[in-house]
Design a protein around this ligand. Structure first.
Ligand code: NAD
Length: 269
C-alpha cells in the first residue's frame, strides 16, 4: 500500500458497494476507499478488469475486495449481488451508484426506441435498483451514505448536441438524489450527487455516435482551455477524493447536495 496516498483511514470497518468499479471513476474510488480501510464490493459487467482489481486490492489488504459480475439494470442479478455483498462482508454502509454509459448519440428522430431505452436502463434504472436493494441494509445499520454519479451534461451544460438520452438520465439522477435525500434523512442516510465534467476514463468506449451529427451540430467556438483549472480533463482520482469525502463522516451534515467537479469547464460552455 502506497503510504503517500493512504493519508487517512476513514473507512475502517465500513463496507461500500461501488458500481462501475472495473474502470475509471469507480475503480479509482474503490482503490481510495480500500486504502482507507473499507471493504469494497466491486460491481461491474466487464469481468477481467473487475476481477484484476479485486486481486490487486486483496494483495494490498487481505480479503478487502469482492468482485461481482452484475449488470446493474438487471433486477434479479442486482438483488442477488447486494445480498451476496452483505452476506460476504456482514453489512453495508456506503453505496456509490456510479455505473453508466454514454450510449447512443444522435439526432432525436434517428435514435431507435431501443437506443433510448438502453441508456435509460443503464443510467437510471441501474441507479434505482442499486439504491432499492441497498437501502434496507443501510436502514438496519441506522445510518449510511449514498453517492450518485450524474454529470454536468443535462444539469449545467446543454451544448452537447445529440446527447439527449444521456443528458436526460443525468438530469433525472439529480432529481432522484434530492428526492431520496429528503426521504431518507430521518433514517440518517445521506444522499448526494456529483456532476463531473470531462474526466480521463474509458467512458468513450460506451459511446454509439450517429453518422448524422452534421445535421444538428451548431458550430460553437469556446474560449481556449476547456477546463481552465486543470488545463485538460480531470483525473478519476480527483473524483474519488470527492466521493470519499461524501462517503465519510467528514460530510455528516451534507445531504441532497449536487456538487459539480469540472475544473470550471461548465462555466465556459
Ligand atoms: P468508465 O467507462 O471508465 O467506467 C464505467 C464502468 O461502468 C465500466 O467499467 C463499465 O463496464 C461499467 N458499467 C457500464 N454499464 C454497466 C452496467 N449496466 N452494469 C454494471 N457496470 C456497468 O467511465 P467513467 O467515466 O468512470 O464513468 C463512471 C460514471 O461517471 C458514469 O455514470 C458516467 O456517466 C459518469 N461521468 C463520466 C464523465 C467522464 O468524462 N468520464 C463525466 C461525467 C459523468
Amino acid at each position: 500500500m502506497s503510504p503517500n496516498i493512504a493519508k487517512k483511514q476513514r473507512f475502517i470497518g465500513k463496507t461500500a458497494i461501488i458500481t462501475g468499479a472495473g474502470s475509471g471513476i469507480g475503480r479509482a474510488t474503490a482503490i481510495q476507499m480500500a486504502r482507507e480501510g473499507a471493504n469494497v464490493a466491486l460491481f461491474d459487467l466487464v469481468n477481467d478488469r473487475t476481477f484484476a482489481l479485486e486481486q490487486k486490492l486483496n494483495k494490498l489488504r487481505k480479503d478487502c475486495a469482492f468482485a461481482i459480475d452484475v449488470d446493474t439494470s438487471d433486477e434479479k442479478r442486482m438483488e442477488e449481488a447486494v445480498r451476496k455483498t452483505v452476506e460476504h462482508f456482514g453489512g453495508l454502509d456506503i453505496v456509490f451508484a456510479n455505473a453508466g454509459i454514454n450510449g447512443a448519440v444522435g439526432p432525436i428522430e434517428e435514435l431507435s426506441l431501443s437506443d433510448w431505452q438502453h441508456t435509460i436502463n443503464v443510467n437510471l434504472t441501474g441507479m434505482f435498483l442499486t439504491l432499492k436493494y441497498s437501502i434496507p441494509h443501510l436502514k438496519s445499520k441506522g445510518k449510511g451514505s449514498i453517492i450518485i454519479t450524474s454529470s454536468i451534461n443535462g444539469n449545467t451544460r446543454f451544448a452537447s448536441f445529440g446527447w439527449s438520452p444521456y443528458s436526460t438520465t443525468k438530469a433525472g439522477q439529480v432529481a432522484f438524489a434530492k428526492m431520496a435525500a429528503l426521504e431518507l434523512a430521518k433514517f440518517k442516510i445521506r444522499v448526494n450527487v456529483i456532476c463531473p465534467g470531462a474526466i480521463s476514463t474509458n467512458i468513450d468506449e460506451s459511446t454509439e455516435m450517429s453518422e448524422d451529427m452534421g445535421a444538428i451540430v451548431i458550430p460553437i467556438e469556446f474560449p481556449d482551455g476547456a477546463q481552465p483549472l486543470a488545463e485538460g480533463p480531470g483525473k478519476p482520482e480527483n473524483v474519488a477524493e470527492l466521493v470519499s469525502f461524501l462517503a465519510s463522516d467528514e460530510s455528516i451534515h451534507i445531504t441532497g447536495a449536487q456538487i459539480v467537479i469540472d475544473g470550471a469547464e461548465s462555466l465556459l460552455s
